[in-house]
Design a protein around this ligand. Structure first.
Ligand code: SF4
Length: 236
């Protein structure tokens, strides 16, 4: 992912340390965007928005600034995004909302309602650890698709997420998402990033966890460009 950094490209409001009365509802935590992506929603050409903040602390995280220090990043202005999307709308098949962890942002429903006003379908990326928010978005039809990261077997969640959740919490949360997915399989996809801590047996375990009829997409893990804060036990 990219976070816009060049001042001429940034629809900046101003840093988070100031009161910004002009920020549109739902746009407070929007901290990055990508004008066009062919890989974030297979088969779709999409505009991507990145939401700051995350409820986990994965030591393999690629987006540490966005996940844990997002208030240091500039906000992205609503009007600028709408202008960009309107200008190229005929090229887009959808909008992807990624992060960070979008579902940890309380005003996500407001943002998605705004994005849906473009007429484009919206996909949300999530780690599945806020099933309450996934349920809200699902039932309100605020997201057309959910791509859910299943980090690994439940017993490895504490290690995989920097103790962000226990194994029991991970199982309870993902099970709620699975239950929802069974009711509308066309709206859910599940994927696992093959981080160094995971073995082939772990991937096989995750495949068996999925509800019947779903296939697991695996993604190769790439070492983050900048990471000095943490490593998994297997890497040290
Ligand atoms: S869930 Fe994603 S964004 Fe959050 S810490 Fe883990 S890898 Fe980073």
């Amino acid at each position: 992912m990219q976070i816009a950094t060049r001042s001429e490209e940034l629809p900046i409001v101003q840093p988070d340390t100031h009161v910004v009365p002009s920020v549109a509802p739902g746009w407070c935590s929007v901290r990055g965007f990508e004008r066009m992506s062919l890989s974030d929603w297979p088969g779709h050409t999409v505009f991507v928005l990145f939401i700051g903040g995350c409820n986990l602390r994965c030591p393999t995280c690629h987006n540490a600034d966005l996940a844990w220090r997002h208030t240091t990043l500039p906000r992205i202005r609503q009007s600028a995004v709408h202008e960009l999307v309107a200008k190229r709308k005929r090229w887009y098949d959808g909008i992807v909302v990624s992060g960070g962890e979008p579902t940890s942002y309380a005003d996500l429903p407001l943002l998605l309602r705004d994005l849906k006003s473009t007429g484009l379908p919206v996909k949300v990326d999530t780690n599945g650890m806020r099933p309450d928010m996934v349920e809200i978005l699902f039932h309100a039809n605020l997201a057309d698709a959910f791509f859910v990261d299943v980090k690994g077997p439940f017993e490895k969640y504490p290690q995989l997420t920097g103790n962000g959740v226990t194994a029991d919490q991970a199982e309870a949360n993902i099970s709620r998402v699975f239950k929802l997915a069974r009711t509308a399989p066309e709206r859910f996809q599940f994927r696992t990033t093959m981080v160094p801590l995971l073995t082939d047996d772990d991937i096989a375990t995750v495949r068996r966890l999925l509800p019947e009829g779903f296939t697991l997409t695996t993604q190769q893990y790439r070492e983050p460009a900048r990471r000095t804060h943490a490593k998994t036990d297997q890497e040290t």
